[in-house]
Design a protein around this ligand. Structure first.
Ligand code: CMC
Length: 489
């Protein structure tokens, strides 16, 4: 349904363009206005004004970093960043963490309601039965170097996985494969959801084992989602191997907390990628790449590197001063949406205590607590409403459980596959179909220029360095040798 026609008696916004004297009225619906309304406002080019500034083509809405741009109507996750509220499909995160499990919550996020006991049984069994990967995958994982970052492996592995499922590829099966919403289309969609969630732990465990020089383990039967994950990573042929139930439960709670967080950078990347109607494996690989960055899912790894560099509580004041001088970043603090403590951080902190009872306290805990305390009472952080986010404490738990440092973002990405799929499914089935995400730019480059033949060109002031000016340290030995011999590369 389109927006109603504007009428001044309605909930609307009147915009007056002082350049032309023109006014337009825009209907406000769901506390939002369509950015395209502003295209109706255009001014003629002034004499001498460059045509590339597109003044005559309608006003653009500029929003670097999407600070106030809504790109979806969504029913999945609600955040009130000022009050520190997070709900999945209406259920407070605290209640889900207390009573639900990661897989039950995954069903809720993807399909919209909590499953009945029979629905849950089918769902869990489908996900767990789709955990095995083709034996060929072994060669793929072995092709990575021993020191490859596991997020590089996992990101590639999701794209690789898609190559097995031509039935899920709209480029091969037709572009309406996932958007029809009929029973066949929904069934194909469900199968990819089972596979991606079921195999996420298997791919992650393989990324771990390949670097440890261990042989791969077939996903076991009869264990929970996180139990199976721990088994696949840790099992070394012991008889009756069982993951520690407290650690298994703690990981399940962490997975549930990480399952979704509305339109963060990686979920947006998944939707942006999927808006071209590419297959879901490619879209999830793109999301995984986006999550890897230290401002997003890589922050849990960055927090521990930061705590190691601080070293001890005694060095905290100097570190805080360096942050205030903008020489350092306090990883694990701050959030685009939360302007108070992230509600997940309280649950993570509590879970940390449960884990430490088994593993013993992490030696970095005291430094983390001193840093937390110092930041929370410092004017710099108070003024900017910077408080701990989910990543501040989670790394300490992962470390205590024995995961390698660079594996932490993987422990964020695996559960987040659920949220990415929930948003992907919602987008594919949204009324009115999928529109490709294609933002606009504000062009500030050169005006029209004439091509000058190379022999007549004079290097322009400020132009980039020519190859001869680049130091040889940037060129590989192979390249230099080949060039020296005059060989063709
Ligand atoms: N340390 C020091 N100063 C900070 C921090 C921080 N962690 N975060 C924000 N600020 C300052 C920032 O410099 C700015 O100051 P000023 O107004 O004087 O220029 C002000 O606070 C507002 O910050 P912003 O950069 O405009 O906020 P943003 O919404 O663009 O960025 C963020 C959000 C999460 C990228 C940022 O807070 C950050 O870099 N935090 C550290 C990395 C981190 O912990 N990321 C995990 C986020 S939660 C889990 C997830 O989503 O993956």
């Amino acid at each position: 349904m389109g927006r109603p026609t504007p009428s001044s008696s309605q909930n609307s916004l009147t915009v007056h363009d002082n350049r032309t004297g023109k006014s337009i009225e825009i209907v406000i619906e769901d506390n939002s206005i369509p950015a395209t309304s502003f295209k109706a406002l255009s001014a003629a080019l002034e004499k001498g004004e460059r045509e590339e500034n597109e003044t005559g083509k309608g006003l653009r809405v500029s929003d670097k970093g999407f600070l106030n741009t809504a790109v979806m109507r969504s029913e999945i996750t609600y955040i009130d960043g000022d009050a520190g509220v997070l709900r999945y499909r209406g259920y407070p995160i605290e209640e889900l963490a207390l009573h639900s499990s990661h897989l039950e919550t995954a069903y809720l996020l993807i399909y919209g309601s909590l499953p009945s006991s029979s629905q849950l049984k089918v769902w869990e069994s489908e996900v767990m039965h789709h955990s095995v990967v083709h034996a060929d995958a072994e060669q793929f994982f072995r092709s990575f170097r021993y020191d490859a970052h596991p997020m590089a492996i996992l990101t590639s592995a999701f794209a690789y996985l898609g190559s097995y499922y031509s039935e899920a590829n709209p480029s091969l099966q037709g572009q309406t494969l996932f958007t029809k919403g009929n029973p066949e289309s929904l069934a194909v969609m469900d199968r990819q959801i089972y596979r991606l969630i079921g195999k996420a732990t298997t791919l992650a465990a393989m990324a771990y084992r390949v670097r440890q020089g261990r042989s791969f383990v077939t996903p076991p039967t009869g264990l929970s989602y996180t139990g199976s994950f721990l088994y696949q990573m840790d099992h070394l042929g012991e008889e009756n191997y069982k993951p520690n139930p407290i650690l298994e439960k703690a990981l399940d709670v962490l997975f549930l907390l990480h399952a979704d967080h509305e339109l963060n950078a990686s979920a947006t990347t998944v939707l942006q990628t999927a808006s071209s109607l590419v297959d879901p494996y490619s879209a999830i690989a793109a999301g995984c790449a986006s999550l890897y960055g230290p401002l997003h899912g890589g922050a849990n790894e960055a927090v521990i590197r930061m705590l190691i560099s601080i070293g001890s509580p005694a060095n905290v004041p100097a570190f805080i001063e360096a942050v205030k001088k903008r020489e350092k970043i306090l990883s694990g603090f701050g959030h685009r949406v939360y302007k108070t403590s992230d509600p997940r951080s309280f649950i993570v902190r509590k879970t940390a205590d449960e884990v430490f009872k088994i593993t013993g306290k992490d030696e970095l805990l005291e430094t983390a607590m001193a840093l937390h305390e110092a930041a929370m009472k410092d004017e710099y952080f108070i003024k900017r409403k910077l408080a701990p986010n989910v990543d501040f404490w989670s790394g300490l738990i992962y470390r205590a459980m024995g995961f390698p440092l660079d594996f932490f973002p993987v422990l964020f990405a695996v559960p987040r596959v659920v949220g990415w799929l929930a948003h992907w499914r919602q987008m594919m089935l949204q009324p009115g179909g999928v529109k490709i995400w294609r933002p606009r730019q504000i062009y500030v480059g050169a005006s029209k220029r004439e091509y000058v033949p190379v022999e007549r060109r004079i290097p322009e002031e400020g132009s980039r360095k020519t190859p001869s000016q680049i130091s040889h340290s940037g060129i590989s030995k192979r390249t230099m040798l080949a060039t020296f011999k005059g060989a063709k590369l």
